[in-house]
Design a protein around this ligand. Structure first.
Ligand SMILES: [Zn+2]
Length: 289
């Protein structure tokens, strides 16, 4: 069965090379390599680290992908972590109309509802928001959004905030999203795992001194790999030793809304989030068509 799947994947790669060019091929090869470890193992590695430090993770998941991988999606909740909406399909909202965005968000929510998965928050695919997107986040009643905060004007903030929508403040809460995602550190900066660890610890140290909320986007497809799960372990260990609070986003938003501070009077709150765009290489290939 596995042999057939690999053969099938390689023939798709040849197809991609012929019709979509080298760039997509090299990205596909990278995804093929990353997915050689089953996603259940990657998530399991992360859950073990998080449990060791009693920390929580929030996973925005593409709804169409969650519906094909229900067991793993439920496992995330069973281990005490959170699932959020990352669109129905992984499409760039800048390239579709408001009506299509509305359909995508609505369909994603319907899908999670049908699966019996409770969701409270949203992050747009690619962190791309148009003027219409915040209106839809509000229309669909989300409690929080964790992608708007990636905009350079919010990125370095340290407090939850609301955005202006027409004549009022958004009903949902936004969180600043730190620039140090695994993509930024590895693909753009070319950091080694050691450099990632140093950089992330530096931000955590600053957080413990300044206070406030800090959020990172650390994709499980990469952070669950043995090399990077060790980075996650030392960073969370470091943060908890500094008395930081590492809850799910919903826990943090609810607590902050009610008390205006962090649980146990923690000096800072650190939100670990990681988008799941695909659970397997097959999910990834399907997304290209
Ligand atoms: Zn994504």
């Amino acid at each position: 069965m596995k042999g057939i799947q690999v053969k099938f994947s390689i023939s798709w790669l040849k197809y991609l090379k012929q019709f979509r060019g080298e760039k997509i091929l090299s990205q596909a090869l990278r995804m093929f390599r990353l997915h050689s470890i089953p996603f259940s193992t990657l998530l399991g590695n992360m859950f073990n680290v998080m449990e060791l430090h009693q920390a929580k993770f929030t996973f925005p998941i593409v709804a169409s992908v969650a519906s094909k991988n229900l067991g793993l999606t439920r496992e995330i909740l069973r281990r005490g972590h959170e699932v959020a909406v990352h669109g129905f399909k992984h499409v760039n909202y800048a390239y579709i109309t408001e009506r299509q965005q509305d359909d995508d968000v609505g369909k994603a929510l319907d899908t999670f509802k049908a699966l019996g998965i409770q969701v409270y928050g949203f992050r747009a695919p690619y962190n791309v928001y148009t003027e219409d997107t915040p209106k839809l986040v509000e229309k669909y009643g989300f409690l929080w959004d964790i992608g708007i905060g990636y905009n350079p004007k919010y990125r370095s903030g340290t407090s939850p905030f609301r955005v202006q929508i027409d004549d009022h403040e958004s009903s949902f809460v936004c969180i600043p999203l730190n620039r140090l995602s695994d993509d930024f550190m590895i693909d753009i900066q070319g950091f080694s795992s050691r450099q990632m660890e140093t950089k992330l610890k530096h931000v955590i140290k600053g957080a413990s001194e300044k206070g406030g909320v800090f959020m990172f986007d650390l994709h499980p497809i990469r952070m669950g790999q043995p090399k990077y799960v060790n980075v996650l372990n030392s960073v969370v260990e470091y943060g908890t030793a500094l008395n930081g609070w590492f809850p799910t986003v919903t826990e943090a938003v609810n607590y902050w809304s009610k008390h205006g501070k962090w649980k146990h009077d923690a000096p800072f709150c650190c939100l670990l989030t990681g988008d799941i765009d695909n659970f397997s290489f097959f999910d990834y290939i399907q997304r290209l068509f």
